[in-house]
Design a protein around this ligand. Sequence first.
Ligand code: S3P
Length: 173
Amino acid sequence: MSDLHNLVLIGFMGCGKTSLGKWISHNASMSFYDTDEYIVSKQNREIVEIFATDGESYFRDLETETLKEMNEKFRYSVISVGGGLPLREENRELLKNIGIVIYLRTTQDTLVKRLGNDTKRPLLVGSDIRSKIQELMIQRESIYENTAQIIVDTDDRTFGQIYKEIEDAILAR
Ligand code: S3P
């Protein structure tokens, strides 16, 4: 990739942001950061615990703080962000400053298959997975689409194919 911007991956839980981010970082020799991992290591506790003890809005504040730090520090990196992070307008502005924002679009059927047995995501624990995904997707889909400069469909595609499409879209800008 000749462009020296950060790449920012957004999308629903389970769309593959973290796995693809690690793949790109390895194959394009870029650094990789993930907002959830960053928060967990700074807080020294898991996300389910943060939600249970301090609530969702506290976690959302941590996400905003994290983005501000990343905006100052990170260059030529792939950054994957938690699925709910783009919901705050302030975060959307920060994301656009940090780098090229890419939405990894994934169908609900695929998400249901991937997230069926999840225990690490507090918003999904104890709910009917299909209806919860549907409910959150209604709130989020247009936000993801409007925040991203590049949208890539990920179902049934390899990381190599997805990355090629991202590269081509960046070169065509
Ligand atoms: C969330 C997504 C999670 C994590 C938290 C909340 C969300 O990240 O930030 O559980 O609101 O969609 P992933 O998208 O990496 O699963």
